[in-house]
Design a protein around this ligand. Sequence first.
Ligand code: FAD
Length: 423
Amino acid sequence: MSGQPAVTGRRTVDVLVVGAGPAGLAAATELAATGAGTVEVVDREQEAGGIPRHCHHGGFGLRDLRRPMSGPAYARHRVREAAAAGAVLRTGVSVTGWAGPLTVETTSPAGLERLEARAVVLATGARERPRSARLVPGSRPSGVYTTGELQQAVHLYGQRVGERAVIVGAGPVARAAVGTLRRAGVRAVALVTEEPGVPVLGRRPSAGRSGAWFTSGALVPVLTGTTVTELLGRGLLTGVALRRHDGRTTVVACDTVVFSGDWIPENELARSAGAGLDAGTRGPAVDAAFRTDRPGVFAVGNVLHGVEPAATAALEGRRAAGHVRDFLVHGRWPVARVPVVAGAALRWAAPNLIGPADTGARMLLRPSERLVRPVVDVVQDGRLLHRGRLVRAAGPERSLTVAARWADRVDGAGGPVIVSAAH
Ligand SMILES: Cc1cc2nc3c(=O)[nH]c(=O)nc-3n(C[C@H](O)[C@H](O)[C@H](O)COP(=O)(O)OP(=O)(O)OC[C@H]3O[C@@H](n4cnc5c(N)ncnc54)[C@H](O)[C@@H]3O)c2cc1C
């Protein structure tokens, strides 16, 4: 016998959720609790819970569960809740591809299986782009991590990391990296960011200036307007070469480097399903009901837009459940939706398909620069659908939330809707 291993099992469920992070678990909880039939959640990791399992810091739960929790406590809560509602959770199971419009192929120690569903919810999350994808030149020494890899090494496997670390990035996840390094007894010697300024103690950043930044209980120098040009060392990392945007260069000695932020949605399954991807988010394009352009395939959580707080992912999962149930009952899938495109000062908008029926839908807008009380314009085919000032501030690491009260003015047969922001 040769070629592909044989498929050892075939089963049918009502809803298959791929990914047991906050988004997938919240969707499964709501679906199972409201009688959507057999709801199965699969995850390739050995334990369910997603990224919060290895975030051993606080900052979870307040917005969605109304109490402060650590990441692991939050993950355990979401797992217990889904199981109690009647969802079946299977771990160590990777979904590797599609054998039909709503049939996936899975692999696990038990073998290969074909799993057919009446609806599929993709909740596969996002990952930080590793050093190789960021095209940082230099040797290939050990001691190079993403924040997720660092947290897993320290919190899940108790590995020794190093003594002096440089962190690339200066967003909220970089702060989490500083905390993890501290717990592992590693000194964070610098945060390096290409951004011209970073918020210092929550205040407006001072453009072009670097400054000490008190973060996660450690005083760490922040080098703004700075690029990592090379990793140095053979076998073991000995330092990173840096170039400031004014042309000056320097080397910082370290044995550990952590690449933080720079998220890319885990979009392989959406892509291989033939679902359209959004150019801004690089996740599957969805409408306000979390429907992709593949009938029966929904997507929720960070696979849609890269990293947002866990509460945002979980609330998306919960909101999607009603739309999945609706599809199971009526089988309707809309066609008249137009793309939403991010214009000036925005990186992306999600959801990124919209129609006149989506009035009031909650929309996330991710700025490409820091914006304070921005004016948001919504335009279709040269027609202004909406102009309004928001009272909040946001930046490249933090989204704005708006309600699409203007959606009833969208022409479902027209061109793309362009959303832009200005100071
Ligand atoms: C370092 C760090 C610190 C953070 N700190 C906070 C914080 O303090 N507060 C906060 O609210 N949020 C925080 N977050 C963000 C939060 O963790 C995420 O928003 C949340 O986990 C997103 O949930 P998700 O379900 O969309 O994705 P994930 O949690 O990423 O879950 C996706 C799951 O899908 C599985 N999967 C992917 N592909 C497949 C496949 N093909 N087959 C089977 N399974 C698959 C993965 O194994 C994973 O378990 C932090 C994130 C990081 C990285």
